[in-house]
Design a protein around this ligand. Sequence first.
Ligand code: 5AD
Ligand code: SF4
Length: 445
Amino acid sequence: MSAPKKLFVKTYGCQMNVYDSERMVGALGASGYEQTQDASEADMILLNTCHIREKAAEKVYSELGRLRPLKDAKPDLKIGVAGCVAQAEGEEIIRRQPMVDLVVGPQAYHRLPAMEAKVRAGQTALDTDFPEEDKFDHLPAPRGPKASRAPTAFLTVQEGCDKFCAFCVVPYTRGAEVSRPAARLLAEARDLVERGVAELTLLGQNVNGYHGAGPAELGGGDWTLARLVRELAKIDGLQRIRYTTSHPNDMTDDLIAAHGEIDKLMPYLHLPVQSGSDRILAGMNRRHTAEEYLRLIERIRDARPDIAMSGDFIVGFPGETEEDFADTIALCEQVRYGSAFSFKYSPRPGTPAAGRDFVGDDVASDRLARLQAVITDHQRSFQNAQVGKRMSVLVEKVGREAGQMIGKTPWLHAAHLDAPEQVRGKLVEVEIIGSNTNSLSARAI
Ligand code: 5AD
Ligand code: SF4
């Protein structure tokens, strides 16, 4: 047998890309590749790119420039670009960087082994087509035989988006919304749990719009995310379930109820609103008002009073006035997010908002700083409020100091505690005894 070839994957962007990178490693495992963390020893380098915000394509071209010396030193090295920049730029990547051997969009990863064979034979391979078949069917499981896993894992349950928010490239790069059949998700989840996974995060660009086919033996029909979560919660050994990212308009009654009824469903919900101004929300094609969003959060909190809300904001969207921005701050003050992410608007080529007048970088930067100050303040007080509480921590890894382990609380705070290494992958009951810059200190009880 020949020695395995080495594959180096660099992942940018969202959690779905992290999941996809694992899948690509799995797919190329069948072609004799083994993953390496060291680009200089790689036989193939894949950049799994993200196109969601600023200068994404330019960043990929500069990264490719940095890889040039490696390729010069080792002409056999194959370089590929995957992900949403690959989808958006396509052939242009090979035109601008002829050293690139392979360009593959997120819809075509199941065809990677054939593409790899083509580039090994000295040709370039480009595939940004949308599949006619179910791409998940053709991807081998990303894990080696019965290899054990980290205690937390992602599981993609749906992909793509039909919402067409005016600023967003996702409907173009990830395509139309597709939900995976529940039977396969349940099987994949059971397999992950057998390998030691205790916490699953269900992924989708519009995850709460999930509507995959239910297993025939459980009645068939189209399942909702709530139904899927209820069924997953029955898996022994699976301790925690999360899901991300959701759209407010798909937050159905049964999903809200699930938050109150299913202990394994963690009290943390990422529910982006993007803006607090109805005028801007309309311009963004979000199809809800600020008031509707606030009322929705009230209902979610009625079902699960201790839930932490998380969100995304865009500042400086075309047409945003100081008054619109004040509405965003006001919404933020009302919700008091446990954590939130905020971004300066960046025009994405091909999206409806791209041609509209930008407020200017100075205005956007100033608003971003002001919004982030409010968010940081809320995040800090929420984190500090954990001190003195008792809760469970899912221990994920060893800490930097001797005898220290690190895990996550139900509210996604990192917590460190003194504990033996054997508790890795286990839930430990703790009391929170301190709040630091980026983590909590905990004591096992
Ligand atoms: N400009 C700035 N932020 C964006 N996002 C998506 N598209 C853009 C854009 N063109 C943000 C949104 C989304 C998050 C994943 O990225 O807030 O929820
Ligand atoms: Fe993009 Fe999310 Fe809007 Fe879909 S719902 S278009 S992924 S921002």
